[in-house]
Design a protein. Structure first.
Length: 314
């Protein structure tokens, strides 16, 4: 593999250094992009990171699967891994399988914010109260949200609720799952800070974007691939590495995403606050989000990941 020349090229682009002139050619220019304001509240999900290959640690799904099997009268299993979505609010996620139908359970990694349930209901469809779970609980065609132990919780069946989809659930089952989760969350809350020394390389740049010391850290490895997340109530930054991904789903968008001068290929997606690029067998996603939304430039995303580039170029 010709890694060394490629590494030099990437380093030159990221640091803004000029490419040396040759005797008979003009200096090439590096493309620039206007900054953009993200329109999302959570980064796109990394390919394959759905609970089948995620991090160890306490989680709701394993705590309630046996109870739900008895209460629902159908097989309920829990995938062993958990992960964090790096959203606003950032959710610790796990997956239940109800007769093989996936249900994602998310618990806010920081204590609730005044608008936490509103953020979790963005794009959820028709909203109705769900008094069984408390005065603030809501149910829609796609999810249930509520507060317990000062955390915001979201229950999201893959096929929705009462939608007739093969992967969906009826309302009664969805509410039963939510009630079990409400009781279990206080027993399995995770500490706000979970760190990996490698992520410290980008700590100062991430906190510079956030504008404060990170209240939330979620650093972990899945089969060797690294995830780093820094967060506050109003901002999150994430770097997610994945190995051997055959595709970059973002490349299939219509209209196509903007090319970025990093990786082979690389894309800058300002409406999602995202830079995604391939380096050999690695795909790396760098995301920065705030509420209220503010511009996320390509330079800002490059600065966040720059100190970790030697790791990704190995």
């Amino acid at each position: 593999m010709r890694i060394a020349p490629f590494a030099v090229l990437v380093a030159v682009v990221l640091t803004g250094c000029s490419v040396a002139r040759t005797a008979d050619r003009a200096q090439p220019s590096v493309p620039t992009f206007p900054a953009g304001v993200p329109t999302v509240v959570a980064p796109p999900q990394a390919e394959g990171l759905d609970g089948r290959s995620a991090a160890d640690g306490p989680q709701v799904c394993t705590a309630i699967s046996a109870e739900l099997t008895a209460r629902l009268g159908v097989p309920v299993a829990a995938r062993s891994g958990a992960w964090n979505d790096g959203g606003l609010p950032a959710l610790d996620l796990c997956t239940l399988l109800v007769e093989g139908r996936p249900v994602t359970v998310g618990v806010s990694a920081l204590p609730r914010q005044p608008d936490a349930l509103g953020r979790l209901l963005t794009g959820a469809g028709h909203i109705a109260p769900l008094t069984e779970l408390g005065p603030e609980a809501q149910i829609t065609e796609s999810r249930i949200v509520f507060i317990t132990a000062d955390r915001a919780v979201r229950i999201a069946p893959a096929g929705g609720i009462d939608q007739g989809h093969p992967n969906g659930l009826d309302r009664a089952k969805a509410v039963t799952i939510a009630l079990a989760a409400k009781d279990a969350v206080p027993r399995v809350l995770r500490a706000a800070r979970q760190t990996d020394p490698t992520c410290q390389l980008s700590n100062s740049a991430a906190e510079k974007f956030i504008g404060a010391s990170a209240q939330l850290r979620r650093d972990y490895r899945v089969h060797g691939a690294l995830t780093c997340i820094w967060g506050t109530y109003d901002a999150t930054v994430s770097i997610v590495e994945a190995f051997d991904q055959p595709t970059i789903p973002e490349s299939q968008r219509v209209p196509p995403p903007r090319n970025a001068p990093i990786g082979s290929p690389g894309y800058y997606i300002p409406e999602e606050g995202e830079l995604v690029f391939r380096l050999g067998r690695r795909v790396v996603r760098v995301t920065a989000l705030t509420t209220p939304p503010r511009e996320v430039s390509l330079d800002a995303l490059n600065e966040i990941v720059d100190q970790m580039m030697p790791l990704f170029l190995r």
